[in-house]
Design a protein around this ligand. Structure first.
Ligand code: NI
Length: 227
């Protein structure tokens, strides 16, 4: 499932993250690449143990915790600490690849299965040309370029790439997460059901049938969730 989640970052968080990323020391982005993706990856990153990554990642995790849409879509079990990348000048592209299936959080040694990938845009589309995130899904190919502060959630199993940035700089945060519900089709079904129930509650209130339907959602989640 591909899902755009608008306005994950409030204005003050976005301003602070742009300050942090503009003063950070950037290094070669191949530091987190796998052996296949290393060949196609040509961008810059802030090292994951840098103070800028820690502070910036913390701000993003706080904002994600307040997003009900992010929670119900991702059903996160473990979130890899958010990282930051920049595409500009001669380091401006990341060719087609699939993200590594398992990531290890160096700070804790914890392994995280990457069910979902996320990109949180920190630059506004007016600030750069190119830089679209292109995701090849079973439903076709989708090209994504969102407003600063917006997030795209997509299956980590998909082949994806970042098109060359030909003007300006594209700064973003990216991270992976392990979901309580591993299977994409089950997560999708739960998300659709939750959204439909929310719509019913808003239009007709918590009638006895809506309460029973809400119970079905939670009982399905109880069957499928690994926590
Ligand atoms: Ni990737």
């Amino acid at each position: 499932m591909l899902l755009e989640i608008p306005q994950v970052l409030p204005r003050d968080a976005l301003v602070r993250l742009r300050e942090i990323t503009s003063s950070a020391a950037w290094t070669d982005g191949s530091i987190t690449a796998g052996t296949q993706s290393e060949k196609t990856k040509n961008n810059m990153q802030i090292p994951e143990d840098a103070p800028a990554s820690r502070e910036g990642g913390g701000i993003i995790l706080d904002c994600l915790a307040k997003s009900a849409l992010f929670f119900t879509a991702a059903l996160p079990r473990h979130i890899f600490p958010p990282l930051f990348n920049c595409y500009r000048g001669s380091t401006n592209v990341f060719g087609s690849h699939v993200d590594n299936a398992v990531r290890t959080d160096r700070a804790t040694g914890k392994h995280i299965r990457t069910d979902l990938s996320a990109t949180l845009f920190l630059s506004d589309p007016s600030e750069y040309d190119g830089g679209e995130l292109v995701i090849e899904d079973t439903f076709g190919t989708k090209s994504v370029k969102l407003a600063a502060g917006d997030l795209i959630l997509y299956p980590a199993s998909s082949v994806h790439r970042v098109e060359p940035v030909t003007r300006g700089a594209r700064v973003a945060s990216f991270f992976w997460l392990e979901s309580m519900v591993r299977e994409d089709d089950r997560r999708r079904l739960l998300f659709d059901m939750d959204m439909a129930i929310l719509g019913l509650r808003n239009s007709i209130g918590d009638t006895p049938k809506v309460v029973r339907l809400t119970g079905c959602y939670h009982n399905l989640l109880r069957q499928w969730a690994v926590v």
